[in-house]
Design a protein. Sequence first.
Length: 347
Amino acid sequence: MGFESTKERRVSLRAKLTRIVNIIFLLLGLGLLLGLLVRLDFEQVGSKIVQVGWFFAPIFLVYIAGLVLTTLAWKEIIDPTASRAQFRDLFTAFWTGHAINVLTPTGSAGEVLKGSIVKDKIDGEEVIASLITLNFMSTLVIQLFTLIGPILCIIFVDLPMKVVLAVFGIAALFFIPVALLYLLLRLGVAHRAIWLLSKLPLIKLKDPDMLLHKAKSIDRRITNFRKNRPNHFAMAILLLFGVRLTQALELWIILLVLLPDHNTLWLLLLSILTQTASQLIAWALTFIPGQVGVAEGGSALLFKLLGLDPLMGFSMELVRRIRKIIGVIIGLLIGFYVGLRPASKKK
């Protein structure tokens, strides 16, 4: 009993420290955001936001299209023999989990929520395996796009070469953790993690054999997906590429409004490069909830280095920030509805 009590106190203390650290980083991000607003002139930023005007509607529709495509990719990954979930079930779970991921550092709490929402309609092991596979495939596609943007700009756009090459170099470095993640998945990360935990002297698992059996099943589902269902694998990859295109399209629409004097193709390539830089910042500063402040500051700095007005980069990210806030609110409302619905059925 004493050991369990000590263990619970340690977990509670760790959770409190994590919350404190998250709050500190969030406050630092908000401070940076406010500082940039003052430096770039609040009124000018406000005028750029107003300038977007009714274009916000197609921007938000493109955002929803990205959620739909990701959900369809998830549906392709899930083994239909282990699932009764319909698209609406997966879409509800994904949007809710996505909203939580935006609000929390590292974006892991939302994955747990996605699984818990659909756990009654998909086998537990298949839920875990499909989410791990979806996240890895998404990361792989994102990584490829972070290289495509700089390459296209090097070939077709007259931008400062040193800046574009620097973005390309940083993007290439991020292939190292992706390769390591792939290696772990091939080796069977789930059952190896459970096996390691069972060998640690201070950790006692209730039924290590049962957990190990489930973990091996999860690993088999992950590694066999591409081999057993190649058409579904190809379709999931195609859909995830579509998601990245929608994200670039979102930036392109914003830049069309903010920089109307520039060529549309030039703005499209700039949006792809900007999306690359934004993604690298998100990966590097994942511990800051929602990358508040650093996303806006990063794009402002990128635009300045490219010889553009940093106000435009900052305003672009602020428009996306507003879109994110609205998307998070809708996702939380969906989650609230899903949480209440089972309780209402019992009455």
